[in-house]
Ligand binder design. Structure first.
Ligand SMILES: [Cu+2]
Length: 154
């Protein structure tokens, strides 16, 4: 191999490596690129995990996976604790189907649409100030049944 050929092969290798890096970054952005995943817990009215944490002010990509075979669920983060969650849950009942999410409610930080059994949804939001926030499912009677969790913002 003469030096010119070697240079050409070297350039090809560098270009190939860059291409692989670029493709890898693109495909991992959805799930593992610093994002959170939370699921419903089978047929229980519960989330797993029930505790999540993020950094204040960070851009959060959250994927909610509905592992139930029969029930609809969503994931709604409220701007406070259980008292605010209760208020949002009541407003959600008034908002009604399909999403049970009151539009423009200042008590809601982020919310997925209602997710069908076996489905999933990804949302992006900016983490609020440091503190402890409740998330819940606003499908009727699910919050009362215990479908809630805690997001800790550090
Ligand atoms: Cu639910």
């Amino acid at each position: 191999m003469n030096s010119r050929t070697r240079l050409w092969v070297g350039s090809l290798l560098v270009a190939g490596a860059l291409l692989i890096v670029a493709c890898g970054g693109g495909s991992s952005g959805g799930d593992s690129g610093g994002g959170l995943t939370v699921s419903s817990d089978g047929e229980n009215l519960a989330y797993k995990p029930a505790s999540l944490s993020v950094a204040a002010g960070s851009s959060v990509s959250l994927t909610f996976v509905n592992e139930s075979a029969a029930q609809q669920h969503n994931w709604v983060l409220v701007a406070g604790g259980d008292d605010v969650a209760l208020t949002v849950d009541e407003a959600a009942l008034d908002a009604g189907p399909p999403n049970y999410v009151p539009a423009g409610d200042a008590n809601i930080v982020a919310a997925t649409n209602m997710v069908a059994p076996g489905g999933k949804a990804t949302i992006t939001f900016t983490a609020p100030a440091a503190g402890t926030y409740t998330f819940l499912c606003t499908y009727p009677a699910h919050y009362a049944g215990g479908m809630k969790g805690t997001l800790t913002v550090n």
